[in-house]
Design a protein around this ligand. Structure first.
Ligand code: GNR
Ligand code: NI
Length: 174
């Protein structure tokens, strides 16, 4: 089981725009396995390839309570969003410990290839709809803190840089 390193905000690589997946093949299936392992290990409900420094349009999600409904979205496109929106508390594995409100559509329809390379349409609402919109943003190089005010975002940036520095110091036993 391979665990991948999750990029941490404000790593500039998180702002890379992902390119389409070229082929649903053995390499991709291996990457999907590693992304699920990484997501479950980190107790996240979703993970975009961007977060593990792979800049291809690939998302893994499991927004179920029992963590038994893995979903793979390859080359996803949102084909419909509900006009109704809601502000909900979000977090991100790339911005650990930070939670804040983000306005999202209540429901979405997304089209994507599955692991067999077949195009599927998913209708989502609730937490799954929020997660899909959050992950689609990652593929466009966008992190949820970019919806917050510049003041909040700068505070978060400073806090993250300090946190990363402190962790490096702890790891070195200084
Ligand atoms: O684990 C996650 N939880 C979460 C909670 C509210 C809104 C979005 C998310 S996605 C996040 C995992 C993650 O960072 N995916 O990119
Ligand atoms: Ni995220």
């Amino acid at each position: 089981m391979t665990l991948l390193t999750i990029l941490r905000y404000p790593d500039p690589r998180l702002h890379t725009v992902a390119k389409p997946v070229a082929a649903v093949d053995a390499r991709l299936r291996q990457l999907v396995d590693a992304m699920f392992a990484t997501m479950y290990e980190a107790a996240g409900i979703g993970l975009a390839a961007t977060q593990v420094d792979v800049h291809e349009r690939l998302i893994v999600i499991d927004a179920s309570d029992k963590r038994d409904q893995p979903m793979v979205l390859i080359n996803p496109e949102i084909i419909w969003v509900s006009p109704e929106t809601r502000i909900g508390e979000e977090g991100c594995l790339s911005v650990p410990g930070i939670y804040d409100g983000v306005e999202r559509s209540l429901a979405v329809k997304v089209q994507a290839l599955d692991l067999d390379g077949k195009r599927q349409t998913h209708e989502a609402e609730g937490m799954l709809a929020v997660c899909i919109q959050h992950e689609m943003d990652h593929l466009l190089g966008k992190v949820f803190v970019e919806y917050l005010s510049p003041l909040k975002r700068n505070r978060i940036k400073t806090k993250m840089i300090k946190q990363i520095k402190d962790e490096a110091r702890d790891a070195a036993g200084r």
